[in-house]
Design a binder for this molecule. Structure first.
Ligand SMILES: [Mg+2]
Length: 245
């Protein structure tokens, strides 16, 4: 499984579904938004129940493809649209977004994430490369990262190679010395390898303990582990046996 072909000098990390499961955070955020609307914009709350919001989201995907990489811009567009159509005060869009976003950042880490991040960060610089809009400072783990680069800020999402190359440039390293770590075979593994990075697939077991197999039609990653702890074990063993260090 291990076929890393150059020393790893930095790690870029996906966030959602790599450090924490995203579905519970989004459920919390949707619920926080409903509470906000019920309290401050009741006509919007009534006009936009969950299924209507999902419909609006699909419409947004079709009508505003230029926002597809920017979750924050998508959410703001939706809120402005929802408030306007319900005849509510447009100025509520900002606090409604804040209510949604604060809950979106109340993530629950996988049990191994924080200890493993600390071990990884003790060895090499870490940078977050994400298509989502989680805020590491709000979540309280920004001290473990050199920087965070999101698709919204960069202007294009993974698997586009540009976001990976931009991260390597900020790290001051050639892509071949950077390992990208993430859960998504296409966005994380195929995208990173297309940009010349090495890739590690975090393939967490499902609820019944089963691991997925590599079925996508792109080359398998250099590394795959079921947890970030296993990646930290590998990095520590690798660095401890590197003759140049
Ligand atoms: Mg992910």
């Amino acid at each position: 499984m291990c076929s890393v072909h150059a020393p790893i000098r930095a790690i870029t990390l996906d966030l959602d579904d790599t450090l924490w499961p995203i579905a519970p955070a989004i459920a919390l955020a949707e619920s926080a938004l409903e509470s906000f609307l019920a309290r401050h914009a009741p006509r919007a709350a009534e006009r936009w129940p969950a299924d209507e919001r999902r419909r609006l989201r699909r419409r947004l995907d079709l009508e505003r493809p230029q926002l597809a990489h920017d979750m924050s811009a998508q959410r703001r567009w939706m809120l402005e649209h929802m408030l306007a159509e319900a005849g509510e005060d447009a100025a509520l869009a900002a606090p409604a977004y804040d209510a949604y976003f604060a809950a979106r950042c109340r993530v629950e880490h996988y049990p191994d994430s924080l200890p493993a991040l600390e071990r990884l960060a003790a060895r090499v610089p870490l940078a977050a490369v994400s298509n989502g809009n989680a805020c590491l400072r709000t979540i309280g783990i920004d001290h473990l990262f050199a920087f965070q680069l999101g698709a919204g800020e960069h202007g294009a999402p993974k698997p586009d190679r540009g976001i990976f190359l931009a991260a390597c440039e900020r790290l001051g390293l050639p892509p071949g010395q950077v390992l990208h770590v993430g859960d998504d075979p296409l966005c994380d593994v195929a995208g990173a390898r297309d940009a010349g990075l090495q890739a590690c697939w975090i393939n967490r077991p499902d609820a019944s303990g089963r691991l997925s197999s590599w079925t996508v039609d792109v080359p398998a990653p250099e590394l795959q582990f079921p947890t970030l702890s296993a990646l930290a074990d590998w990095l520590e063993a690798t660095h401890d046996t590197e003759p140049t260090r």
